[in-house]
Design a protein around this ligand. Structure first.
Ligand SMILES: NC(=O)c1ccc[n+]([C@@H]2O[C@H](COP(=O)([O-])OP(=O)(O)OC[C@H]3O[C@@H](n4cnc5c(N)ncnc54)[C@H](OP(=O)(O)O)[C@@H]3O)[C@@H](O)[C@H]2O)c1
Length: 382
């Protein structure tokens, strides 16, 4: 996994992909929903495809699939160590990935440091993104806060960890229900006017909240869970609001937190130290995982006929749903990363997407997404 700036730029140039990200791509952004688009002639990387999230001044060009970095130091059990994670992120860049998802809360703080270190030599070439909006006590999460002072401190810390004076995209990680979203949008707009951030996003908010926020400061991306095992954004107004406003949608959990990769089953023992939060999720109890196995088997059959793995099917399905959707699968493994990135070259037809939708209905996944304490943090305001 050798990597240096020159090899990265050479690889990217080979794709013909524009590296601009503060504005829509000049060309040749791949924005068609189906197929995702064949790699440009002469492409030598796994991820030559680009998409645009956000519209107008909020538009930002990113790779069609990003990399979720949370599990490198938080909530996913085994962490391979800082050096290996930096190398994995740089390998993803070498393969054309330009969207790396992290958050102040992951660690907390440590994950931003890992991603910041990995991206440091590539400022101006790779967008810098993070999520903020919590307070901490003794280094532990202590609740949501979009108090302007809290957001400012978190943003300043992110700027320091990313070794920059301007972040490209900063999401509010969870809604602070004590404050109107318009006030939060004003705060973020103020940071933009100060030159400390270019774009902003929201996570786990309703379509109504998105509309109100967008009216104050156009939103670039909304992040929420979306996968073949969790399709609620299709019916709760979130995807409809994104489409109407031109806001990009960034699904997390696109391989169902590992379940669709076949590495999580009813015998899986989630580690306590560091904490793996899947053990708290009702859908991942042994009995509910057992009930979900028929869906996995059906998807495996479908994938075999198509010559793709289930994670690739899951990611290609996300991409086929709309040209402004950019999934961020998380992985700490090179083989999984490369498998996931190849999904951008899998073009599903409308009939195939409909067939996959039908499989999710025929084999429903059982159990709530979150335990009640975490579910209460999801915004459902009309
Ligand atoms: N906004 C939010 O509130 C929020 C919430 C959760 C997550 N996120 C972001 O979204 C990212 C992804 O979410 P997630 O980790 O919850 O779910 P995910 O991407 O669906 O699943 C990640 C898990 O799947 C496994 N995996 C990935 N590709 C695989 C493959 N090809 N084959 C087999 N297993 C595979 C990974 O294990 P290996 O490491 O073994 O590959 C990892 O444990 C996170 O990293 C984070 O950045 C955001």
């Amino acid at each position: 996994m050798t990597f240096n700036r020159r090899s990265f730029l050479a690889a990217a140039a080979g794709t013909g992909a524009a590296m601009a990200f503060g504005r829509p791509a000049m060309a040749p952004a791949v924005t068609g929903a189906r197929p995702v688009g064949a790699p440009p002639a002469g492409s030598r990387v796994l991820m030559p495809h680009r998409r645009v999230i956000g519209r107008g001044e909020a538009a930002m060009e990113v790779s069609a699939i990003g990399l979720g970095c949370m599990g490198m130091s938080f909530l996913r059990g085994t962490h391979p160590g800082r050096e290996a994670c930096v190398a994995l992120i740089r390998h993803a860049m070498e393969q054309g990935v330009t969207l790396f998802d992290t958050a102040e809360a992951y660690g907390p703080f440590e994950n931003e440091e890992i991603v910041g270190e990995a991206l440091r030599p590539f400022h101006g070439e790779i967008p810098l993104t993070t999520k903020i909006g919590f307070v901490y006590k003794d280094g532990q999460y202590a609740g949501e806060s979009s108090d302007p002072k809290v957001l400012r401190a978190a943003l300043e810390n992110a700027l320091r960890r990313f070794h920059t004076d301007c972040m490209d995209l900063v999401y509010i990680h969870r809604r602070d229900f004590s404050r109107p979203i318009e006030e939060v949008a004003e705060t973020m707009l103020g940071f933009r006017r100060e030159g400390k951030l270019r774009h902003w996003g929201l996570s786990e908010v309703s379509g109504g909240t998105l509309r109100r926020a967008h009216a104050v400061f156009p939103v670039t991306a909304l992040q929420s869970e979306y996968s073949l095992t969790w399709r609620e954004p299709e019916t709760n107004g979130v995807l409809a609001a994104c489409e109407a406003l031109g806001v990009g949608f960034v699904p997390f959990g696109p391989v169902a937190k590992g379940f669709l990769g076949g590495f999580v089953n009813e015998c899986t023992i989630y580690v306590d130290t560091p904490v793996d939060n899947r053990k708290n999720f009702p859908r991942y109890t042994p009995e509910n995982i057992r009930k979900a196995l028929p869906l996995l088997a059906a998807l495996e059959e479908f994938g075999k006929a198509r010559g793709v793995t289930v994670p690739q099917l899951a990611l290609a399905w996300c991409l086929a749903k709309a040209p402004w959707i950019v999934p961020i699968p998380g992985t700490c493994r090179l083989a999984h990363l490369e498998e996931d990135l190849r999904a951008a070259s899998v073009a599903l037809s409308a009939e195939e997407v409909a067939a996959l939708d039908a499989l999710t209905v025929a084999h429903p996944v059982v159990g709530d997404r979150y335990p009640p304490s975490e579910d209460a943090r999801v915004d459902r305001e009309p």
